[in-house]
Design a protein around this ligand. Structure first.
Ligand code: GAL
Length: 344
């Protein structure tokens, strides 16, 4: 196993570095200091070359030239916060808005647009990189100066583990996630992928995609992934909706020993399973990707990839029973997501 670092490019005159972790099975993952972005997930193919399972861009600037957070770290809060407002210790707090009246993915000064410091490490069973950043309240508009670390490791079971840790000098919110977009196959889109999600319910959302606090049963809907279903079937069934695909929040039951989701490309038989300790999984099938997005392998188009974002349910402070995303002063909190790759 080994770790390599190299200059990726410059963004606004600042050097952006790429950190590459490789295991003993020719699997490698790489990350950028801009946005603590998960840039590649290369796995060997039976043709003797490698396939990147993630969508990515050739230049740092491309990542920020569109509203899709491609494979970037998301924080302090994943998803939408209605009106950028919430109660914290009975005080009404407002945070900066970046999508109409609402705050999406940590607002305009979120984790994704920061350049992170990093250290790397190697131990017997894994290689890793730890990104770290002090985010002052004055910088992103959330209460408290937050020290955030995002650690990615790769082990010899082809498992990538990401751990988010936050500690703040005042009470604040912390609901980070990874916005990795996968395309496991050799085709241009994810329609030949099947998805299984351990979820009976998904969240009702308003026209701005903000949760209303109500739930829908997945039974008899295109959102029923309790048994594995082909994404082509689900997306065809949503063809006449405004979204024309999936951009929804599934309620999942955290369980250390159970996957919350399994994504498989039927043709290549490549599979990713996801474990998470949180109660939500956002599934977004890139319905609104556009042809001006200069991805490394081709331009953007709908269904080019699928984002699977494990997090505590979005807008949690504004709804009973959505989960507790508060981070109490001087008490560290950590969340872990595991992605396991298999060639079946
Ligand atoms: C998802 C969100 C989508 C879209 C996407 C990034 O989490 O549900 O509506 O904003 O992120 O563009």
């Amino acid at each position: 196993m080994n770790v390599q670092t190299e200059l990726f490019d410059y963004f606004q005159d600042q050097p952006i570095e790429q950190i590459i972790l490789t295991n003993d099975h020719e699997v490698s993952v790489s990350f950028l200091t801009l946005g603590a972005t998960w840039h590649t997930f290369n796995v060997p193919t039976n043709k003797g070359d490698h396939k990147n399972l993630l969508l990515n861009f050739p230049h740092s600037a491309d990542y920020l030239n569109n509203p899709f957070y491609v494979c970037m770290a998301i924080g302090r809060t994943g998803g939408r916060i209605k009106n950028g407002q919430f109660l914290l210790n009975d005080t009404l707090i407002s945070v900066p808005k970046n999508e109409g009246q609402n705050t999406l993915h940590g607002g305009p000064f979120g984790f994704h647009q920061l350049i992170w410091q990093y250290t790397t490490f190697t131990d017997q069973n894994r290689v890793g990189v730890e990104f770290k950043r002090l985010i002052k309240s004055a910088e992103d508009g959330y209460p408290g100066d937050l020290t955030a670390t995002i650690t990615y490791t790769l082990d010899n079971s082809n498992q990538v583990t990401v751990t988010f840790t936050g500690i703040s000098d005042q009470d604040t919110l912390f609901n980070p996630t990874s916005h990795a977009y996968f395309n496991l196959g050799n085709g241009p889109n994810i329609l030949s992928h099947s998805l299984q999600v351990n979820s009976d319910r998904y969240l009702d959302v308003d026209v701005e995609k903000v949760p209303t606090g109500k739930y829908h049963s997945v039974a008899n809907t295109p959102f029923d992934f309790r048994k594995s279903n082909l994404l082509d079937n689900a997306i065809k069934a949503l063809e006449t909706t405004k979204e024309k695909g999936i951009d929804d929040v599934f309620v999942v039951t955290p369980d250390k020993n159970q996957n919350i989701a399994t994504l498989k490309d039927i043709t290549s038989q490549r599979q990713i399973t996801i474990k998470s300790s949180r109660n939500g999984l956002v599934v977004f099938t890139a319905n609104s990707f556009t042809d001006d997005m200069p991805f490394s392998n081709s331009f953007g188009h709908p269904y080019k990839g699928i984002a699977l974002e494990p997090q505590t349910l979005p807008d949690a402070p504004n709804h009973k029973n959505f989960g507790d995303i508060s981070l109490n002063a001087n008490q560290a909190k950590s969340y872990t997501i595991q992605y396991c790759y298999e060639q079946l």
